[in-house]
Design a protein around this ligand. Sequence first.
Ligand SMILES: Nc1ncnc2c1ncn2[C@@H]1O[C@H](COP(=O)(O)OP(=O)(O)O)[C@@H](O)[C@H]1O
Ligand SMILES: [Mg+2]
Length: 275
Amino acid sequence: MIRYTDVTVRYPNGTVGLDSVDLEIPDGQFVVVVGLSGAGKSTLIRTMNGLVPVTSGELEVAGRRVDGASKRQLRELRASVGMIFQSFNLVTRTTVLKNVLVGRLHATPTLPSLFGVYRKEDTELAFSALERVGIVEKAYTRASQLSGGQQQRVAIARVLAQQPQVLLADEPVASLDPPTANMVMRDLQRINRDLGITTVVNLHFLDLARTYAQRIIGMRAGRIVFDGTPDEADDAVFASIYGRSLTADDILAAAEAPVSLDTAARAPREEAPRG
Ligand SMILES: Nc1ncnc2c1ncn2[C@@H]1O[C@H](COP(=O)(O)OP(=O)(O)O)[C@@H](O)[C@H]1O
Ligand SMILES: [Mg+2]
């Protein structure tokens, strides 16, 4: 269970990242957070593993109190809350397997792991995580030789090796092409269903949110302005979350097949393809 009670985040420069947020996410839920850039999505996710401290209010994640936690308590929290990023954050000069073993570090004696010696059970966990994302045959390949989609799968395997209770993903598909983005979202969905890991994913694209979310949370100016099912999150709801009408940039499928969605066809299309 993740529970926010009247949580506000004010950054040192005075910017409000979260504004009086109340939110409960039960164990095992697959939640997608949507909103324009600057809405507070990353701030929300980063409070969940203590990367961004809350200024006021109460926050509990995976049975642990996050507000007011000591350094040691934060380390324990981060061991049970895994995070993946848009930029994958792999060590690209080393192998896939070694990258995944990093996920075991919190549970492994420091000295042997410094010398690259891992326990058999850690290596087994790493291999089974790689199997789960379908790239076990790349275990001894250098991460730099993988495609973006494969690198993101390694990042997911690294988090799985950590055996987390909560998985956080901050725009994990923002730098991937549409088919690869869907593949990564399917991986996350399957992991959530198979292992019951509570999953919170920040996304910009409304079609991805509708396809994969169990629950959609809409943010605007640090506040939760929508909380409902994908069925309830129609175009009008998205327009109200975004505070403007929808455009092709809000729909991942529009990047490849502009006429495949009504919303995309109606919206003005920009010439430049998304990077
Ligand atoms: N480290 C920071 N210092 C100051 N302001 C920040 C910082 N990080 C984010 N913000 C501000 O907090 C607000 C929410 O940002 P963010 O959570 O990154 O939104 P999103 O992920 O939805 O784009 C924005 O106004 C942003 O400029
Ligand atoms: Mg962000």
